[in-house]
Design a binder for this molecule. Structure first.
Ligand code: FE2
Length: 479
């Protein structure tokens, strides 16, 4: 150990005694305020330490919005390194000074060796005018963000929204990010849906990878609602990074919830409850019954008549044909048929019973569109038009947005239930055409934004599917 590093360590200890926080950056810095620390014993990362003696950081960062509990609400969330004592959004139709709302602040301490603390600010904007644009900035009298804009969703089931959908973006190798930033700011999307696995991982390097990711999505998420569900890469500390950094509707710490966009009822849920049983069974059970109640309500005739589309999204797919050992490569995935052996709380039957129109997944770093499917058997509408009045659930897996784990290749043959698949980096677009037609397309970032797949799901009647008596197992030695 050199004299300089010994002195640096001594300074760190001294400063912590006086409760002066040290924060970390990833770059090599030459400023004398920075000193090189030893590689962390747990992570092996060599991390530079900034001594912030006497300095406080009130500048808002990670600014993002999400839909609130009603169409006229919007949640605004951001982070500061120091506690400014208040969480304020100033916003308005023509000028920022129209409204000033104070929210809440929570302290979030990462569980890594440096126990880095940040302050998460949440404000609910209420009574917004449907369909109208607003400008806003966030912060406190100790520091303000730049100005952002958003448009409130029309409170109208005839509105035809378009959203971008993807999973597995990552902080490193976020291949689709630039195109998404461009398209969001050009006004192509009403919202973004990120189907789990955000930064790889948000808790890595004392949470700095999560910080970096939240910086990266701000050019998107500051302007359109960024709606989420948790993935396996968020599992550390019982999903603490995910729960603390995002603010979704409902009261489940963003783990499962639903929201409406015009004629679509979106349902976000955690597939991770099926896999991280070390955090207990009760979240899985609670979610299962919540899902059933939510579907029951959404499918009441009077509700489905005005909001016919039901689209679910969760991270790990029920089916996939990738060449790995993930659960979806096996016949009985947990999300589909329930927990091992007992087969409790499986969702395929429930989604069939309530006539879910489209199920969206990620996790596999690829794009795969399935034919209408139940119990590993195809139930097309017809041979010529599989997606016109399908007789079972339609699945799309879109987990190829980027990330440092790169692609997940496919098996060299295609199971008969797979309609199209690609390992190009990219993301999906979902567009409502009307109450009977829903359009989905896949954008290839590798091919400079080319649409490489599309299909239109047509349902003349949004009703439950008949659950077929399980057919004899197919004699298919390949799968
Ligand atoms: Fe994943």
């Amino acid at each position: 150990m050199t004299l300089a590093s010994t002195l640096a360590k001594f300074l760190v200890i001294l400063l912590s005694v006086y409760n002066v926080r040290a924060s970390l950056v990833l770059d090599n810095l030459s400023d004398p305020l920075y000193a090189q620390a030893e590689p962390d014993a747990e992570t092996g990362y060599e991390t530079n330490v900034i001594f912030e003696a006497g300095l406080h950081y009130y500048q808002p960062r990670h600014v993002h919005i999400s839909y609130g509990n009603s169409p006229t609400e919007m949640f605004v969330t951001w982070s500061t390194l120091s506690d400014p004592g208040s969480s304020i959004v100033e916003f308005g139709r023509g000028k920022l000074s129209d409204y000033r709302v104070n929210g809440s602040t929570t302290t979030f301490t990462d569980s890594g060796p440096y126990k880095l603390t940040q302050f998460i600010h949440r404000v609910t904007l209420e009574n917004l005018e449907p369909g109208q644009p607003y400008m806003y900035h966030v912060g406190s009298d100790l520091g303000w963000s730049e100005i952002f804009f958003f448009r409130v969703m029309p409170n109208d089931t005839n509105w035809l929204p378009q959203v971008a959908v993807f999973g597995d973006l990552g902080s490193e190798n976020a291949q689709s990010l630039t195109r998404l930033q461009e398209e969001v700011q050009m006004g192509m999307y009403d919202a973004i849906i990120h189907v789990g696995d955000f930064a790889y991982d948000m808790n890595t390097d004392n949470g700095l990878v999560g910080d970096s990711f939240m910086d990266q999505i701000q050019p998107i998420a500051g302007y359109v609602p960024y709606m989420t569900c948790p993935g396996n890469h968020e599992n550390a500390d019982n999903f603490a990074q995910y729960k603390n950094r995002f603010t979704m509707p409902g009261d489940t710490e963003s783990m499962y919830f639903s929201f409406n966009m015009g004629p679509i009822h979106f349902i976000s849920f955690s597939t991770e409850f099926y896999y991280f049983l070390n955090y207990g069974m009760s979240p899985l059970i609670n979610q299962y019954y919540w899902l059933e109640n939510d579907l029951k309500e959404a499918t009441k005739p009077e509700n489905r008549a005005i909001r016919p589309w039901i689209v679910t999204f969760g991270h790990r797919p029920m089916y996939c044909s990738n060449n790995n050992t993930d659960d979806c490569t096996y016949h009985e995935t947990r999300v589909r048929v329930g927990v091992p052996f007992l087969h409790w709380f499986g969702l395929e039957d429930m989604f069939m019973q309530y006539g879910v129109d489209l199920t969206i997944w990620a996790h596999e770093h690829s794009y795969e569109r399935m034919f209408p499917l139940y119990n590993r058997t195809v139930y097309n509408g017809s041979l010529e038009e599989p997606y016109r009045n399908p007789k079972a659930l339609v699945h799309v897996t879109t987990g190829s947005a980027g990330c440092k784990e790169r692609h997940d290749d496919f098996l060299d043959y295609m199971p008969r239930w797979t309609a199209f698949r690609s390992t190009d980096y990219g993301y999906s677009r979902l567009k409502v055409i009307n109450n009977t037609h829903l359009y989905v397309e896949q954008v290839s970032d590798d091919k400079d934004g080319k649409v490489i797949d599309s299909f239109t799901l047509i349902r003349d009647h949004h009703e439950p599917y008949d659950i077929p008596i399980p057919p004899e197992p197919e004699l298919d030695l390949r799968y």
